[in-house]
Design a protein around this ligand. Structure first.
Ligand code: PBG
Length: 332
């Protein structure tokens, strides 16, 4: 019998050259931001148990790490501090103190590597004795009392030379508030990558282990978003864009691809996705058990996030992806 099948999608998959010709998405290593964890001291490089292959590092080790990343095509980094408990207080005052190792690290990194893009974290939790992103009074997180604290933190980071501040706190109005604070202090070139749709997710566990930054009481549900909500992300994005964000972010990433896709279609500024610690840990655990193959599963994650609409991806896989990309395509 002659079956007249005109449409045969498999023709476009016949060989490698054809598949490569019609490939829709290819994420470049230069689109990735690699998270780095800073601790006080020297000569320290401690592996994070729940995030294998990632380390808490003192500044001297961190500089070596950045150099090795730059050599394989990673040019952008986000820096997080692990602050000793005795430096924490209710108002996160250490976040703008002159002897703060995080600010010192920003200055040194930008002096040694002036061409890289360095992003910060702006939230009270690493410095707060309550372990919350905002100011706590009688068990409540006070939005408007938090904003001036975040502003002092942001201006101090801009002063130290950060390229983008990354407000991860989810307080209302903070993007506009921080934009004016930066501008008034003369930091018009310092950008804002806003954690726009940051969900109250179970997948931040390994990160909180790394920094010892879990809330001392309660959870983050009065400021981080409900994982059930989709339209609310669009509202947050509209506000952040109006308030002056330079990029908007979705976090976590893999479980929130509908949100990435929504924001990509409504936004004319770049959309970032944060493939978070727990999402990364899950895949590593499965690979270590021999249940998944890391060399194929890992790039599939990065490609999928690009396909969903992420222009920029924050990921603990950045180095491994860059090595994989280089083996296939040479340098970006
Ligand atoms: C802190 C912050 C968190 C992450 C980035 N910035 C944790 C939290 O909100 O509790 C999570 C990143 C990850 O899990 O990889 N404001």
């Amino acid at each position: 019998m002659i079956h007249n099948m005109i449409q045969r999608p498999r023709r476009n998959r016949r060989n490698k050259a054809i598949r490569s010709l019609v490939q829709e998405t290819l994420v470049r290593p230069s689109q990735l931001i690699y998270p780095l964890f800073l601790v006080q001291g020297s000569g320290i490089k401690d592996e994070i148990a729940s995030l294998p292959g990632n380390f808490r590092m003192s500044l001297d080790q961190l500089l070596k790490e950045i150099e090795s990343c730059v050599n394989i095509g990673i040019q952008s980094f986000v820096l997080f501090p692990a602050i000793p408990e005795e430096k924490k207080d209710k108002e996160a005052t250490h976040s703008w103190a002159s002897d703060n190792m995080y600010l010192e690290a920003i200055r040194t990194i930008k002096a040694v590597f002036p061409l890289i893009c360095l992003m910060s974290d702006v939230a009270m939790d690493p410095y707060s004795s309550d372990g919350h992103d905002g100011y706590v009074e009688n068990g409540q997180i006070l939005n408007d009392k938090t904003l001036p604290i975040l502003a002092k933190m942001s201006v101090a980071q801009a002063q130290a030379g950060i390229d983008y501040i990354g407000p991860s706190d989810m307080m209302d109005g903070r993007v506009g508030f921080l934009r004016s604070a930066l501008d008034q202090a003369g930091h018009t070139n310092c950008g804002i990558i806003s954690y726009t749709a940051k969900y109250a997710s179970a997948y931040y566990g390994p990160f909180r282990d790394a920094l010892d930054s879990a809330p001392k009481a309660g959870d983050k549900k009065t400021y981080q978003m409900d994982p059930a909500n989709r339209r609310e992300a669009a509202r947050e994005a509209e506000l952040d864009i109006l308030e002056g964000a330079d990029m908007i972010m979705v976090k976590p990433a893999l479980h929130y691809m509908d949100i990435i896709s929504d924001l990509q279609s409504m936004s004319d500024i770049p959309v970032a996705a944060y493939h978070v610690s727990g999402e990364c840990a899950m895949l590593i655990a499965a690979c270590r058990n021999g249940w998944l193959d890391y060399d194929t599963a890992m790039p599939e994650v990065i490609t999928s996030l690009g396909r969903a609409g992420a222009d920029v991806i924050l990921t603990y896989f950045a180095k491994d992806y860059a090595a994989h990309y280089r083996s296939l395509h040479g340098f970006a």
